[in-house]
Design a protein around this ligand. Sequence first.
Ligand code: ATP
Length: 589
Amino acid sequence: MAVKTATMHKVAAFILGLCVDLSLFYASGFAVTHSVFGNLARLWVSAALRWLALSAVSLLTLGELKPLLTRFITAHSLLPAVFETGSKALYTEESQCGQVADARCWMMAAGASLAAALFWEITAPDSDEAATGKEKKQKARVLFMRVLYMLKPHYLLLLGGLVFLSLAVICNSPLMSLEVVLGSFVTIRIIHLFHLSSVFLLQPHPGRLTMVLYLTFLLSLAMQDSMALANEAANEVVSGIRVVQSFNTKTHEACRYDNRLMDIHKLKTRRDTVRAIYLLVRRLTGLGMQVIMLYYGKLFIQRGQMTTGNLVSFILYQSDLGDNIRTLTYVFGDMLNSVGAAGKVFEYLDRKPQVSTDGERKPDQLTGHVSFRSINFAYPTNLNKTVLQDFTLELKPGQMTALVGSSGEGKSTCVSLLERFYEPQDGEILLDGIPLESYDHSFLHKKIAVVSQEPVLFSGSIKDNIAYGLPDCSLDEIQEAARKANAHDFIRQLDKGYDTGKLFTPPQAGLLSCMQTEKPPVQQALAKCPNQTLLVIAHRLKTIEKADQIVVISGGKVGEQGTHQELMDMKGSYYKLRMEHFTEENSPQ
Ligand SMILES: Nc1ncnc2c1ncn2[C@@H]1O[C@H](COP(=O)(O)OP(=O)(O)OP(=O)(O)O)[C@@H](O)[C@H]1O
């Protein structure tokens, strides 16, 4: 019922708008026949009045002015005035539309305005219906404007290019050449014929074309998503190849990847089918258009309104124009694809870090006193699982604290929170009594260094890898660091010393890790720096016996805390862990 009433409402609004518009249009024609105004002034006054009247009718009957309707009303009201002003400026002649209010002119303006408004709506919609699913994508138009904005540094070059391109087009314009050769008296006929062909050329053709382009645009977007999913599947398998092998899921993973490739294949087939149909329709439309053009040309010649030469000139001109319109539509299609791809890039660029980086503190001195205070934390991707619960811990300057516990208890999570990769939901972490978030982000990362069990080596020399993240590091400082890590002698033995590259070749990488982590351990090397606060996550419990305090994490809390001897005497979970490890290390392989 409600739908029926709304439809009736729209129909009534349409009829009222039509009556008002036609009345004003004919009234303006009446004004010119009685020489009330000059013709152009009459057209512009009429345009303003029609715009006001149509907007008012829409507002009063529909209660709002949607962007599509606003665009249509504006184009429809202004088109006759703009067209006549342009014709007069270029050809000093007025067309039939300029002199009398003609139903054909009205229909042509209405059709062209509707086509233009729909073209705009379909290609750059205000509401992106395809995006109302999982995540909201940005509007195509906004994306396009953003891409344009990013070209800002090149505006001058682009403007220069545009100026010269326009000059080249004007100088090449067949219309200009015709004007010179045939004189302006002929041009008006050609334009008249052009009007006729434009009805076929410009209106139905781009309408369909836009739909097809939009469809292929959507298919291209779907293909990009599908390709991203297939790449993701491949990356997951390659990076987790051990897991895949140990779970014997090679066939399953191969099928999963195959399915994703199949999705891409189906989308490609659909896109190509749409393109093939479009090509067929385009060729047929072109053919039909030529037949109609020749028919009308013959008619004009028979009536003596045009010479054969004019028709030939026009056909030549029209074929150039057709090529240009075709090129424009292809460029437009490419542009839509690029805007779709830009949308993906902007999605990443627009991501806001979940951790605030507004801190500004960069004190000259840090003692390195770290306090975890009643921390409650769950990973944002799995908020149902609390990893740390009311977790409280002190790390004192100059001391080594070792975190131990079964796998998955939250040891690495403590380090991630200290590095501010995440923020706790409750509680706070203090550095020298000040919340971590108050410190400048890069300052903090210069002060907190992480030595991982499996160090990541980047391509480049040993020197580059040691100085990673420190652009102003001198060779002396690099060597000093290597000495402290007990790697200096090993590096010097290499052919190119600190300039040795290709650390990833297996023998050298193996040698490097063996030299650095086994004899003597990293902890001993770090212990040579007495003023730092050391937090060690130990999997091999033997290596942390000398720690100032050992903290056992269990159930997201501090389970036990003390020195090695104190915890062994307690015979609690640390003792149990130690015994388990001892058995594992001494059991026959
Ligand atoms: N990025 C993440 N997103 C969601 N959950 C995570 C993430 N990282 C870790 N977890 C989960 O949080 C819990 C604690 O993980 P964490 O890596 O801190 O444990 P751990 O004690 O260091 O384990 P291990 O000794 O095996 O390294 C685990 O259940 C783990 O599955």
